[in-house]
Design a binder for this molecule. Structure first.
Ligand SMILES: [Zn+2]
Length: 238
């Protein structure tokens, strides 16, 4: 259930509903953009040229009227790379916050009803400490209104769902769990190569009492570790 709710949109790929010629055309444009890293301007040009070649091949160059099938196929080929990319459902779900350059407070984007344009406060409204005044630091570039310090957050559930939607991942995830479950009669290895060699997961309780986390009974078990890269537990000793 958890997987189905999170994964559904990763299996809905609009390009699957396009005809063969449209799919190949879209793929050429997206390949050039994603794999060859060409600029958006050049990618738009390629999409436009692909459309033109097909239009000439079906229409004037063929010396006749286009069939309904050919006209529908041409409608499936967008003239810009942004639309082509959207047919492959490649873009991860992200939220762009604005960070205060002074106190590092994050400010969420706000959307007006029916609008997809993110709006941000112009100045920081955070009180860094209860006894200090509101920070009031400028958050936007005065000349362009762009964010001085954006912070892009890739939604964790979306990241996880995209990972799990790959067919081979299930097997890769389950393998070390099953290996550990099958080796419980032996002591933990003296040298750990990864987290699955640790003592903790051998005894970590599952969601039901008297069950082990690694006793997955047909489900998958996901283990996460949280790393923070700014706080030195041993204090700073330069
Ligand atoms: Zn601030």
């Amino acid at each position: 259930m958890f997987k189905r709710l999170l994964l559904d949109h990763h299996y809905h790929c609009p390009v699957d509903r396009c005809g063969d010629i449209a799919q190949v055309s879209l793929f050429i444009g997206v390949l050039c953009s994603v794999i060859l890293s060409i600029s958006q301007r050049v990618a738009n040009l390629i999409m436009g040229l692909l459309f033109l070649v097909l239009w000439l091949a079906f229409g004037p160059a063929a010396g006749g009227e286009m069939t309904i099938l050919q006209r529908n196929m041409l409608k499936q080929i967008p003239m810009n790379i942004t639309s082509a990319l959207s047919r492959f459902n490649l873009h991860p779900r992200m939220t762009v916050y604005v960070t205060c350059p002074s106190c590092s407070c994050l400010h969420k984007p706000v959307f007006k009803p029916g609008s997809s344009v993110a709006e941000y406060p112009s100045h920081c409204t955070n009180k860094p400490k209860p006894w200090l005044p509101i920070c009031n630091q400028c958050l936007l570039q005065p000349s362009s209104n762009s964010l001085i310090k954006p912070y892009v957050y890739h939604h964790f559930h979306n990241f996880l769902a995209s990972l799990l939607s790959r067919s081979e991942i299930d097997m890769i995830i389950d393998k070390p769990c099953d290996r550990l479950m099958g080796s419980l009669d032996w002591p933990a290895p003296l040298n750990s190569k990864d987290i699955w060699d640790g003592e903790f997961l051998r005894t970590f309780q599952g969601s039901l009492p008297q069950t082990l986390f690694i006793d997955r009974k047909g489900e998958s078990r996901l283990v996460f570790s949280l790393n923070i890269d700014f706080f030195n537990v041993e204090d700073v000793r330069i």
